[in-house]
Design a binder for this molecule. Sequence first.
Ligand code: HEC
Ligand code: HEC
Ligand code: HEC
Length: 379
Amino acid sequence: MNKYTFTTVLTLLLLVLILPVYAYLEPFRMAQDQADLRQEFVADAAVIYVQNCAVCHGASGAGIGATPTLNNPGLREADYDFLYKTIARGRYDTIMTGWHTEEGGILNDYQIDELIALIRYVDWDLVGELAAVQGLIPPTLPVPAVDVTLLADVTALDPQGAVWAAGMQLFANNCAICHGVNGEGSDLGAPLNTPEVRAKETAVLVNTITNGVPGSAMVAWDNALQPDKIEAIAAFLHNWDAIAAQGLALMPPEPVQIDLDNPQDVLALGERIFTATCTACHGDNGSGGIGPALNSQQALTSRSDAQILNTIINGGHRPNSPMPAFGDRFTSVELQALVAYIRAWEPTAPIVENPRGTAQGGGPPWLRATSDGAPAQNQ
Ligand code: HEC
Ligand code: HEC
Ligand code: HEC
């Protein structure tokens, strides 16, 4: 008998012996514990859900854009294996990745079981309230708020300090969103606060920032930033360690609490995020730039909220599009606020013949340039 056959037989024997005893005891044990356990499971899982899943599946499981709902009766009835496999292993070739630690995720078996209990038994309205009220998905801005004393302190460090401070401010406004508040890097951008980057010559850094890295989210900044500003950023990158050594650092913004029932609050949040994150490519007030004009009748009347949301979550449609996928960067509240803010332009949006970016000769008439650089004539 080879060792596998032996083990199989042994396992089967054990099962035959143990199962009836287990089956006999199970109902009693379950009757006592199940209600408590389920409640505990669901409460734990709600926190996991809000922190990890709500960004795509919505605060109350209602789905966002093309992402499916989890609050539906079909899924409540779905069998354990189906749910376990979906959450643990993910769905091949979709943004639903495997969440089990074995798949490079962050959840263990116990936590996945908790999530399955959540999908089966939870009152989804309560999850939504947990998300909104307890600020578990606080609508934070990914852009650091730079205060004047910090800039004054940086300026005082060195004869060149004023240039460093200008570069720091520019970095905070334009680059931190992808490269991290302290240059630590993120899913969207490489680490910049490193000896390797400091070792690069100014000309190399200026060239990368000016011309971008083709085929990546690192776009060319020559349209958006004057050469002296790009040089200031390079000077800041070179001296970041010296600045940090004095305890001077950019701070992530305070979480902002907003009242979701108040449309003014929601629009204000959308405006803050758009100004901080999207204007670099889509221009002030969505007037167009590296990315297409969004503030145009053509762009807005032909697209539903769901389509706009889908682009923000999943990124540009063209292969190698510079439009990043923001799905894992924003909370569901922030995503909804962005869409509401963009939609609010519609009544006053100008008619733009070709809403592709100014870089492609599009954009609104007042920004458009012909190939010789002269302002375009109105047709
Ligand atoms: C980055 C976005 C994203 C995140 C985060 C995410 N999901 Fe998903 N999820 C999806 C997408 C997209 C699908 C649909 C995949 C497909 O096309 O089959 C999906 C499918 C599912 C399904 C199957 C639904 C069905 O009707 O078949 C379950 C269950 C699920 N997700 C649970 C979770 C849980 C639990 C978490 C948190 C641990 C989570 N998801 C996090 C995007 C996401
Ligand atoms: C939309 C996201 C995004 C933004 C915004 C962004 N970057 Fe980048 N950046 C990237 C990515 C991604 C890379 C890595 C590109 C590659 O090599 O594939 C990169 C690479 C770089 C590099 C090269 C790093 C190295 O190791 O050589 C520099 C320098 C840089 N970025 C500076 C900046 C500056 C300065 C800004 C602001 C003006 C900025 N980036 C804004 C995404 C971004
Ligand atoms: C690094 C540059 C860049 C950034 C940053 C960026 N976008 Fe885009 N965006 C683009 C480009 C380029 C396109 C064109 C679509 C394509 O390439 O597939 C686009 C397309 C879009 C579209 C679809 C427009 C259409 O005509 O269908 C929307 C909506 C959009 N972006 C919203 C946003 C929002 C909201 C933000 C901020 C959270 C943002 N973008 C940040 C470059 C950018």
